[in-house]
Design a protein around this ligand. Sequence first.
Ligand SMILES: [Mg+2]
Length: 298
Amino acid sequence: MEDYDAAKSLKDFKPKHQFFVAVDSDGSAFDSMEIKHKECFIPNIIKYWNLQGVSKYVRQTAEFVNLYSKWRGKNRFPCLLRVFDLLAEREEVKKRGIKMPEVQALRDWVKEEPKLGNPALEKKVAETNDPVLKHTLEWSKAVNATIADIVKGVTPMTYVRESLAKAQEHADVMVVSTTPYEALEREWEEHDIARYVEIIGGQEMGTKPVMLGYATKGKYEQGHVLMIGDGPGTDMRAAKENNAFFYPINPGHEEESWKRFYEEAFDKFIEGAYAGQYQEMLIEEFNQYLPEDPPWTK
Ligand SMILES: [Mg+2]
């Protein structure tokens, strides 16, 4: 419903080429995940949830959850709970006698709310006046304020420009992101890489699987659509749900991934050699960078 008009440009999009490449922005085209988590999310987790006494372990745990595990790219609220749960089990934390905050109201809200975000949380706080939810909202707003204050001058990953320029010759290129459209347009224009893409899909237009579907469904042949991304539960899922190929940007090895896309993977894609073994190899490698269990439990 509210996505309908916002997504009109995606639905009306007419192919110019036989191939289609969708690119995620945060953590894939732009090196923004590291700075957002390390400089913005984590300091605010420590501050707002009074975890100064175990800051070292909070940092390690939150980096694992948000950057180097299967949870990478997931919503901030379930990720916060995951951080608390992993911390609660750590011997180092138990030994210091530090307890994780009691956040049952947040757990319940995360379970029941389909649109996890500040607007929904604000509504819930207004309805319930729950102190835990109120505090969570303050934390979440502080994270946004820190991001607005600190995250500037983030640059595209090396080989992104070259890759997009190459892709543009044979494929329609689209940005598929859950960042607000305004911010995306600004970032892509600022670095002069918007000229390589036909369309930009942002938060307002729907989820990633939905956006990819709008832009490609019934418009390209099977095997002619590829999604590039760094999130297993978001980008890879969007590809799977749309019967598209997936090209992973490996966390911590982003530039090698883009170099390989530029030198090898895109050619395989347009030559019809991407399916099967090649894609499986890439996904297997990607999964190794994103384990389920933290390294300190081994
Ligand atoms: Mg991403």
